[in-house]
Write a protein that binds this ligand. Structure first.
Ligand SMILES: NC(=O)c1ccc[n+]([C@@H]2O[C@H](COP(=O)([O-])OP(=O)(O)OC[C@H]3O[C@@H](n4cnc5c(N)ncnc54)[C@H](OP(=O)(O)O)[C@@H]3O)[C@@H](O)[C@H]2O)c1
Length: 164
């Protein structure tokens, strides 16, 4: 399996607020696009709904939405009742693209974490990244801090699961 969890978080691990991403860093979006390529992306129902209608399904990629609602209408995506089912559907190679509930449920399957750290603290955030256990995860690439064209600082940090 190659299962990458891809997220951006603030300095306290926040990833979302009011079903939106509370910063604007286009360079992170560009990296997300490059990392997800033409592969499969797996997301929770709320993250699917957070995408502007004109951007969903994400083009060029197989979009899979996790929901307990079998009747959920996610036009252009496939729906599944759990993360395991999503991974089975796509043959075990995928990017997990959020949100908080789905990252937490997917952590046990993850082989890689592709994190963007955003140099802010978000007030009243309501979605969070899972904890990264340093006994389990090793940093394999630590980018330097860069400044977005929007003025926000960010850096990329990649982890791999330690051999087990
Ligand atoms: N910063 C980032 O990188 C990033 C990336 C993505 C999203 N986000 C943000 O994250 C927030 C959304 O995250 P969230 O945690 O609220 O929602 P979410 O993970 O996107 O979706 C939650 C939904 O997924 C389904 N679900 C969750 N666990 C499940 C399980 N074990 N089995 C089956 N279905 C399950 C349920 O759908 P049903 O209720 O339909 O059953 C649940 O309501 C937004 O603010 C979004 O902008 C941030």
């Amino acid at each position: 399996m190659t299962v990458s969890l891809v997220w951006a978080q603030d300095l306290a691990g926040a990833i979302g607020k009011a079903n939106a991403i509370p910063w604007r860093v286009p360079e992170d979006m560009a990296r997300f696009k490059a990392l997800t390529g033409t592969g499969s992306v797996i997301m929770g129902r709320k993250t699917w709904e957070s995408l502007p209608a004109k951007f969903r399904p994400l083009p060029g990629r197989r979009n899979v939405v996790v929901t307990r609602n079998r009747a959920f209408d996610a036009s252009g995506a496939e729906i599944v009742p759990g993360v395991r089912e999503a991974l089975d559907l796509v043959g075990g190679v995928a990017s997990i693209m959020g949100g908080g509930e789905i990252y937490a449920a997917a952590m046990e399957f993850a082989t890689h974490l592709r994190i963007t750290e955003i140099d802010v603290f978000v007030d009243a955030a309501d979605a969070f990244a899972p904890e990264i256990d340093t006994d389990v995860w090793t940093v394999v690439e630590l980018g330097g801090w860069e400044t977005s064209k929007t003025g926000t600082r960010y850096r990329f940090v990649d982890y791999q699961r330690a051999a087990r």
